[in-house]
Structures are given as C-alpha cells and as structure tokens.
Design a binder for this molecule. Structure first.
Ligand code: ZN
Length: 176
C-alpha cells in the first residue's frame, strides 16, 4: 500500500524517534495494546498534551522529574547554579498548573505521569493505574450523560401520535 523508499522511511522514522521520548512510548504502547485509541502531541489543546484520549476526555502529560520539579530522587536540584535552576523549574511548575486549570475549565481531565513512575520496578503498577483512572473517567462521563436533564414530559395527545411511529430497534446498533 505504501510506496515509500527505505531511505524515505528511515528519514521519517528518525524524525519520529527524535520526538517520541522513551517514557512517552512506554505509556503509548501499553495503552494501544490494551485497546485505547488516542492522539499524541495535540497542539489544539492547552499545553500540547502528550496523549489525548477523546473518548475519555482525558489529557495525559508525561513529565520529566527534573524539568517539572517532581519531589523525588530524579527531581533533585543540581548543586551549582541553584538559583538559576530553581527559577526555571518554578516557572515550569507554574505553567503546568496553568495548563491543567485551562484544561479543567474546558471539561478535560488531566493526568500527570512522572518519569520515575515508569522505572521498571514500578512501571506495571503505574500503567495499570492509568488504565484504572481512564475507566473511572469513562464511567463518570457516561453517568453524567445518562442522567436526564429534566423529567420526561409528554405533550397532551402526543401518545396517540407515538403509536404510528416505527418500533424502536433495540441492541442492533452501537449508537456511540
Ligand atoms: Zn519523579
């Protein structure tokens, strides 16, 4: 189907590889293998989230511990130029918070996965945790959708009209 030369492909692949950092790929591969479908590096949403699952209204950020100021071993400040790094990382953290607020305002859930949470010893637990939260998000969205906004109301005389309508088909079509 695709008629690109090996050179073209390797060029494309190297471009992709440069962009797709390893922690991101771990999460993406796991989600994909578990049937989740998503978009990556979505520029149309605040903060260009790394992974966006539209069906779950969830944006995932995979954050490097150092750059985003995680309190953990990997997030520790270097011993020199402390003030410089402190300023830079504080600014990053503020921006992260702003982005999450913006997303929440427009009805998106946000999830932050720290790089240290993807270390081999804790990776499986983290990945399962992500799936758990996604399922929770889905249930929550579905619950809200199913709740009637107002009580059902039939206009007087309308019920005789209803009889003439086609019988509803149940369980035939996936309406989502
Ligand atoms: Zn960390």
């Amino acid at each position: 189907m695709d008629k690109i030369t090996p050179e073209q492909r390797s060029k494309t692949m190297s471009r992709i590889r440069a962009k797709n950092t390893k922690p991101e790929m771990i999460v993406r591969r796991y989600l994909y293998a578990n049937g989740f479908r998503f978009r990556v590096n979505v520029r149309t949403l605040p903060g260009t989230p790394d992974i966006v699952l539209k069906k779950y209204h969830t944006a995932i950020f995979i954050n490097g511990c150092f750059w985003h100021g995680h309190v953990c071993q990997q997030g520790r400040m270097p011993k020199s130029n402390v003030e410089f790094w402190l300023n830079k990382i504080t600014r990053n953290k503020e921006r992260d918070e702003e982005v999450r607020d913006k997303l929440r305002t427009i009805g998106w859930r946000t999830m932050v996965v720290w790089e240290c949470q993807l270390k081999p010893s804790v990776r499986q637990q983290t990945l399962e945790g992500i799936v758990y939260l996604l399922n929770e998000a889905f249930l929550d969205l579905h619950r809200r959708k199913c709740q009637p906004l107002q009580p059902f109301y039939v206009e007087p005389g309308e019920d005789s009209y209803m009889v003439a309508e086609d019988a509803p088909r149940y369980g035939k079509e996936d309406d989502r």
